[in-house]
Design a protein around this ligand. Structure first.
Ligand code: G1P
Length: 287
């Protein structure tokens, strides 16, 4: 069955960006001139996903405004002959069919996915964490979808991280790093450094069979007292039903200030109108 549906959990409080994220949801902060969540929706669209459910929390209505038609703005742009901007604005409205559900309490990533259960409705689906920004030129999620279709098993994205950072992620125990797709033996969420089974982290891209929802529904709270998606996928892994794909492209953790700044500089450097400014600021040669 082709993957048509995707879930983007976006309900986080964004405390690392306060006070900027007090009134503006963190995922609406811009990387160059697009909000973080638009990169996530565009990546899903590139992978062939046509229906997207964004999981929100209270006070995040501006996210749905961003993807909704804006007839007054469009009329002004049209009248002023600002055709390119008009096209950019219209593009945000037609990337996919976007639906919204509320996660009323911050009970974890697994819980956020359960909030989208009615939308998922027993179909395979993708999950994309918007803070994990992958190179917009890549279509890694599309490659994961292909692996899901060929192998008939759920797939998660992995990335080798420095050993001292693995405790911030879900970590994979893998049969053989040389064989791709990776056969994942088990997963553990935020392991203490000396208990991490490898330095391969889960990095926010998942293509999942719908059975994951039933597993999530039965889970007790895990790491940090939250319902962890990793714990449900650990059950799949132990049954030999979970594959991994290593991402080797550029990736930024836009959920912290350092990664967010780097993403802004790196992606601005690729824009013809901004490259010279970035080069000037950083003393880099113009790309
Ligand atoms: C979540 C997942 C974790 C994954 C990480 C990637 O954690 O639970 O398995 O490695 O995203 O960014 P969070 O960053 O929400 O704590």
């Amino acid at each position: 069955m082709p993957i048509r549906k995707g879930v983007i959990p976006a309900a986080g409080l964004g405390t690392r960006f306060l006070p900027a994220s007090k009134a503006v949801p963190k995922v609406l902060l811009p990387i160059v001139d697009r909000p973080v969540i638009q990169y996530a929706v565009e990546e899903m669209a590139r992978a062939g996903i046509t229906q997207i459910c964004i999981v929100l929390s209270h006070g995040q209505g501006a996210i749905s405004d961003h993807f909704a038609p804006a007839p007054e703005l469009e009329a002004v742009l049209e009248k002023a002959g600002k055709t390119e901007l008009l096209e950019e604005v219209r593009r945000t409205e037609t990337l996919a069919d976007i639906f919204y559900v509320q996660q009323h309490r911050p009970l974890g990533l697994g819980h956020a996915v359960v909030c989208a259960a009615d939308f998922i409705d027993d179909e395979p689906f993708a999950v994309l964490l918007p803070d994990e920004l992958f190179d917009p030129k890549d279509n890694f999620l599309g490659e994961m979808v292909e692996t899901f279709e060929v192998e008939g098993a759920s797939v998660v994205a992995g990335l080798e991280v420095p050993h001292e950072e693995i405790c911030r992620y879900g970590a994979m125990a893998i049969e053989d790093l040389e064989v791709e797709p990776l056969r994942i033996l088990s997963l553990v969420e935020k392991p203490p450094l000396d208990e991490a089974p490898s330095d391969i982290a889960i990095v926010g891209r998942y293509v999942l069979e719908p059975a994951v929802l039933a597993l999530l529904a039965k889970l007790p709270p895990g790491a940090l007292g939250e319902i962890q998606l990793t714990d449900a996928l650990d059950i799949l892994a132990r049954e030999g039903r979970l594959l991994g794909k290593l991402y080797r492209g550029r990736r930024w953790d836009a959920g912290n200030k350092q990664g967010f700044l780097r993403a802004n500089f790196d992606l601005a450097a690729e824009r013809p109108d901004l490259a010279a400014t970035v080069a000037d600021l950083l003393g880099r040669p113009v790309a």
